[in-house]
Design a protein around this ligand. Sequence first.
Ligand code: ATP
Ligand code: MG
Length: 365
Amino acid sequence: MYNKALNVLNIFHENGYEAYIVGGYPRDYLLGIKTLDIDICTNAKPKEIMEIFDTEAVSDVGYGSVKVIYKNVKFDVTTYRVDIKYEKNRKPIKIKYVTDLKKDLLRRDFTINTICIDKDGNFIDLLNGREDLDNRVIKTVGNPRHRLKEDSLRILRAIRFASLLEFDIDDRTGYFIKKYGYLLKSLSGSRKREELDKILTSRNKEIGRNLLISFDLCKYLGLNNLSDIVLCDDIIGIWSQLDVSDDYPFSKLEKETIRKVRELLNKELNEINIYRYGLYISTVVGSIKGVSYKIINNIYKNLPITSTKDILLSGEDIKKILNREPGKYISTILSDLEEKIILGELENNRDVLTTYVRNNYKGDK
Ligand code: ATP
Ligand code: MG
């Protein structure tokens, strides 16, 4: 992948343009972390990038960024630019393409994200990012007062990098993270969720939580009970415990999962509930309640049935046994059988079930 990236840089060069790998890849490479995502910056304009790579899959994603698929690898290629004006402390509403790499690096968020690699694999470090990387410190490029105020997403990115990389946050950057934390109130739910998901799924989620608390950001993120929850390994399990507002976007399936997890959290994790909620929800709830996967899986594996389909008596059978027209009573009886089988009060055996239905429901109307 790295070699393909260097090929891409060389293709730019052969066409008369500059291009460098920038951002997360050089940073993580120097830290010995494997990264799948490679960002490239260039003085070629989006239209020119599209022309150079016209035989490959390219698409313009806006703000001077083009997705280039080169030999089956995707690269985010961005034209050198300066951001002129920001809207609502987040999106630049006006950008200007520039020809100078340094100007492009100056609009980036943190010094550790400004290190570049050139077409020959040399590191280019125009803003001393290497020094901060070696000192393991997150520092904004330029004045943190302006840089955090113009884009409040950077506040969350700082917390993300500090926790994932186990870096310190520079004092002045930290001071303004606290001061401008309130700007997170107007950051879109999807951007907040994206960053929080990364922070809270990482192995350093505990560090992330402590940073969010110590920088006093929870109230602006609507995560008032963050300090009280169990940081389990399932991100939906984490969201289920947070009293978050509708501000955060969740898919229909996620909402349904959250609802079920919350419901089961208030119930006992016994056979019948593990059966009713299924293995996944039960495991998530187990990880919150401190019940191991092994125990829950064992209970689940030993359930006599895992759905009503496994009951050895069908609706049709019940109808015949009772000699009645079809009706709602069938599902009532099936639920009764289901519960008694799970609780071990009835064996899942045709004869046993037939006798039970006959003795208990015959003559009902
Ligand atoms: P990762 O890909 O591991 O999440 P990254 O640093 O590569 O980390 P990206 O979101 O891919 O993050 O962004 C690529 C680069 O673009 C960053 O390294 C940084 O230089 C710049 N960048 C990203 N977001 C911002 C921002 N909000 N403000 C300023 N520069 C940014
Ligand atoms: Mg990246």
